[in-house]
Design a protein around this ligand. Structure first.
Ligand code: NOJ
Length: 512
């Protein structure tokens, strides 16, 4: 009996000192913490001061109920008027940087550089200056889903001329803001732009020319990104000295058993490598496996050439190596399998038919009964390791990670999610991944695309019934603040949310 008791005690002590995920762990020196939003999701003021329509304004007005509850971003968080409060919140959180995006149609209402809207430029100048006043680093995403509708009329991301249109827009914003902005994200989440917007009808502009438009878009997005990179690198970097990179979204694709390793690899190739390989691999170009699959299927289907456009040798070189960091947006993991019934299951032609896999997630991955985002931290670790191994350990910047839930300030699931994901991020660093920073999505609740305001991602809750869109910190805001303040992850920390977050000083205690 006594022996057993000693053994149990020894085990507890061993577990506490070795490999207990709940020990207090430290982030590396210089690791940056921030938070993110995007223009259409937060700004509102959709037609104020000379701004023209974006594809999301257009879609939400023309086909109103294609978005849940017929929501729109017309007012959203009204950050166009309330940006000072936004910056105040980032100060309250004590974060190093703020990632936000530029509304192309607010700066260039025609989509082209012939008209520069001074009021739009002033808005971003004000926001950047307000951040810098409090030593918060601005990280600017040039494109986050809200294309000017004028350019969509010309085919948007399926028209190769967008390479020049995006290059011109980038050139202008480097010139306008680059004296103060040192972190540029060219394009956010190519998969969502191309697959959901062009190869399906989930996101604006709902082109839905399946199996074709998403691939035209993929090539154009990659070359457009490279164009912005080269303009920055050659013209602006010598005097402005910043970093420029792309944000690629990825779920981890886990094989559903040993028989499905190949299926999961195909999923990784189509969903991640289609966009990452041309930039981050040594050889460049689309991965050869997807080139082969799409070419063969296209032939079978009666096309005279592959539905996946080719890069010329010059374009391969032009795109390869054009990202100073690997920007990674990650939220969850999915299981992948394949069987005979996948043939003919998806629309033909389509990217999902080309990939030829089934996808599902497990309910047990939910953190609680009321939870929404499936939390699979080990998938994040596998993804970080995959990126390290595939691309020779590139510096990674996590540009988005976060938890979608419902309203309410006691967001314990979000707190758990952040802690679990940050914990495996620390494991990945210990295992050699070069991870430079972490961005919580999102600073506050906002317009969650086709889900409208039904899913909440905010560290701050936004009250949409209030004309002044009151923002209130959730429990997760207090916890994230403590992580950023101490540079430590402590699962045991319980914040005192009855103290106003603004009253917590640099020592973490209430200011007297
Ligand atoms: C990815 C997108 O970049 C962002 O706009 C979106 O709101 C979040 N993920 C959450 O879905």
């Amino acid at each position: 009996m006594c022996y057993k008791l000693w053994l149990a005690l020894a085990c507890i002590l061993f577990y506490r000192c070795n490999g207990n995920r709940h020990e207090v762990r430290k982030f590396p020196e210089g690791f940056l913490f921030g938070t993110s939003t995007a223009s259409y999701q937060t700004e509102g003021a959709w037609n104020e001061d000379g701004k023209s329509e974006s594809i999301w304004d257009h879609m939400s007005h023309q086909i109103p109920c294609s978005i849940k509850h017929c929501d729109t971003g017309d007012i959203s968080d009204d950050s166009y008027h309330l940006y000072k409060r936004d910056v105040e919140m980032i100060r309250e959180l004590g974060l190093d940087f703020y990632r936000f995006s530029l509304s192309w149609s607010r700066i260039l209402p025609t989509g082209f550089p012939d008209v520069i809207n001074e009021a739009g430029v002033q808005y971003y100048n004000n926001l950047i200056d307000e951040l810098l006043k409090y030593n918060i680093i601005p990280m600017v995403t040039i494109y986050h889903f809200d294309l000017p509708q004028t350019l969509q009329k010309l085919g948007g991301w399926s028209n190769p001329h967008i390479v020049d249109w995006f290059g011109d827009f980038s050139n202008i914003v480097f010139r306008l803001f680059g004296d103060r902005v040192k972190y540029w994200v060219t394009i956010n989440e190519p998969y969502y732009i191309c697959y959901e917007g062009y190869g399906a009808d989930i996101m604006a502009p709902q082109v839905n020319v399946t199996g074709i438009a998403e691939y035209l878009c993929a090539k154009n997005v990659l070359v457009a990104h490279a164009k912005a990179y080269h303009i920055y690198d050659e013209v602006f970097r010598p005097t402005q000295g910043g970093k420029i990179f792309i944000s690629i979204n990825a779920r981890w694709n886990e094989p559903d058993g040993d028989d499905n390793v190949e299926a999961a690899d195909d999923a990784n190739q189509f969903f991640i490598m289609q966009y990452a390989y041309p930039i981050f691999s040594k050889s460049g170009d689309f991965p050869s496996s997807i080139k082969k699959i799409i070419a063969a299927k296209s032939k079978e289907q009666g096309f005279l050439r592959s539905r996946l456009p080719e890069f010329t040798p010059d374009e391969i070189e032009y795109v390869r190596g054009t990202s100073d960091l690997y920007g990674l947006n990650h939220y969850s993991t999915q299981l992948i399998y394949r069987n005979e019934s996948v043939k003919g299951f998806y629309k033909i032609p389509s990217m999902y038919d080309d990939t030829g896999v089934f996808i599902y997630q497990l309910d047990k991955w939910l953190l609680s009964n009321s939870s929404i985002t499936k939390a699979v931290p080990w998938g994040f670790h596998k993804l970080l390791t995959f990126i390290k191994e595939q691309f020779g350990n590139p510096p990674i910047f996590v540009t988005e990670n976060g938890f979608g839930g419902s309203t309410g300030l006691e967001d314990n699931d979000r707190v758990t999610y952040y802690r679990l994901y940050l914990s495996v991020l620390l494991d990945a660093i210990e295992n050699g991944s070069d991870i430079r920073g972490y961005t919580a999505w999102s600073l506050m609740d906002n317009f969650e695309w086709n889900q409208g305001y039904s899913i909440r991602f905010g560290l701050y809750e936004v009250d949409y019934t209030c004309p002044n869109r009151t923002r209130t910190p959730r429990k997760s805001a207090y916890v994230y603040k403590e992580i950023a303040r101490t540079h430590k992850l402590d699962f045991e920390f319980e914040p005192n949310t009855s103290v106003p977050i603004s009253a917590l000083g640099e020592d973490g205690d209430e200011n007297h």
